[in-house]
Design a protein around this ligand. Structure first.
Ligand SMILES: Cc1cc2nc3c(=O)[nH]c(=O)nc-3n(C[C@H](O)[C@H](O)[C@H](O)COP(=O)(O)OP(=O)(O)OC[C@H]3O[C@@H](n4cnc5c(N)ncnc54)[C@H](O)[C@@H]3O)c2cc1C
Length: 391
């Protein structure tokens, strides 16, 4: 098989990239290790920056998002059991954000791919990248008991943190930066009406977040120990803990019900540099992971695709490699900005096991500053809403 861009990974980054390229007349093949149903069953992110919303709309995969997603002007923060305060993103920076589940975006991308004929090979195992610095790279994989080969011009590794793309870059070229946080997030989905706003909460018993996926699907999280297991958290215990941590002014509004999904996710920050090696480009979680506190993981995957698709389109349509050559630097500027913001928000809102009384008072002073300062709120809003894409 011959194509222009071989894409490894059929998550949001890989399928969005193939979709945008296909619309520009550039051929690609996506190799996805899992089945379509498996990918669609994964419950993950759900908050879209406005730049992501506009990029999806511009590529005609935003109709259902516009019909079913929930537009928000701002978000609430509470700490130490006090009432929450509202951070008005629209007022401070003129932007909004959209609550719309990653699972739904994934479905929209697969459906759009069916319509416009993007090529996705599901259940592709043993994917390997070859000759990435030769100018004639190729990828091999196994499916249905056969081994196949895809010759291509470029390889886009959109294969997540555990993929094969990043390890292809030699150790003496790749630099990685990592911070592991000493707690996890226990998350549940329940078919109950969510609170009207996202509520972030710093409580003496730990962080909590009230979020949503659609008008009848709530997503709630509580900070938990990394040693905890889902079995130790029956629904009753989860709801009880959530309600203790939420501020009084929102507690009464929470509608509880049986969970339809429950999982524990560890929190980490991770960046790999560079995001290009020879003809290989990394995009999304393959290159970086952020703790979900800042709601940036999916948005960074989308902004990487924005930069990479523009670079490839300029290469094929105009023989202009300026953006390809700058891809790693440009993407990483945005990545580090989001990594810093997610790290800052994680420090601000969580209780750390080794937190001293000094740390505690400093954290509370910063929360008070955020509550009372127009400037502090504007800075947070600018980053929460998402920085603009570089031209
Ligand atoms: C449990 C969990 C919860 C999350 N919650 C949030 C959240 O609340 N908010 C937030 O902003 N972000 C969240 N994230 C992060 C967000 O979901 C990711 O940033 C986003 O999925 C990145 O998209 P991606 O396409 O880069 O990677 P992925 O979604 O990981 O997609 C990579 C794809 O590559 C495939 N793949 C991997 N290896 C191979 C291989 N060798 N060959 C072929 N295919 C391969 C995988 O099966 C997968 O489909 C969460 C992530 C996880 C794991």
């Amino acid at each position: 098989m011959r194509t222009q861009v071989a894409i490894i990974g059929g998550g949001p980054a890989g399928t969005l990239l193939s979709h945008v390229l296909r619309r520009a007349g550039i051929a690609s093949v996506v190799l996805e290790r899992q089945s379509r149903d498996y990918v669609l069953g994964r419950i993950r992110a759900g908050v879209l920056e406005w730049g992501s919303v506009e990029f999806l709309r511009a590529n005609e995969v935003g109709d259902r998002m516009d019909a079913e997603g929930h537009v928000h002007d701002g978000t609430r923060i509470a700490w130490a059991g006090r009432d929450s305060f509202y951070i008005d993103i629209k007022k401070h920076v003129g932007s909004q954000f959209m609550a719309y589940g990653q699972t739904e975006i994934q479905k929209d991308l697969y459906d759009a791919g069916d319509r416009i004929g993007t090529e996705i090979v599901f259940d592709a195992s043993d994917v390997e990248i070859h000759d990435i610095t030769t100018g004639t790279p190729h990828v091999t994989y196994s499916a249905n008991g056969d081994t196949a080969r895809v010759d291509c011009d470029y390889v886009a590794a959109c294969d997540g943190y555990h993929g094969v793309g990043r390890p292809t870059i030699p150790h003496d070229v790749l630099r990685t930066y990592e911070k592991v946080y000493p707690f996890g997030w226990l998350g549940i989905l329940s078919e109950t009406p969510p609170l009207p706003d996202l509520v972030y909460c710093n409580h003496p018993r730990g962080f909590a977040l009230a979020s949503m996926r659609n008008p009848m699907l709530s997503r709630y999280y509580v900070q938990c120990s990394l040693d905890d297991t889902v079995d130790e958290w029956p629904d009753e215990r989860f709801w009880e803990e959530l309600l203790i941590r939420l501020p009084e002014d929102t507690r009464d509004e929470v509608v509880t019900g049986p969970s339809i999904e429950k999982s524990i996710a560890p929190l980490r920050s991770f960046v790999a540099e560079p995001m290009r090696y020879g003809s290989l480009f990394l995009a999304g979680d393959a290159a970086h992971i952020v703790p979900p506190t800042g709601a940036k993981g999916l948005n960074l995957a989308i902004s990487d695709v924005y930069y990479l698709s523009r670079a490839l389109i300029h290469h094929y349509e105009r023989a202009d490699d300026r953006y390809l050559d700058n891809y790693s630097d440009m993407a990483l500027r945005r990545v580090w900005s989001a990594v810093r913001f997610s790290w800052w928000l994680t420090l601000l809102l969580h209780r750390f096991p080794d937190q001293t009384e000094f740390d505690q008072r400093a954290q509370e002073a910063e929360l008070e500053y955020l509550r009372s300062s127009h400037f502090a709120q504007a800075s947070m809003c600018e980053q929460y809403a998402g920085l603009p894409f570089e031209t």
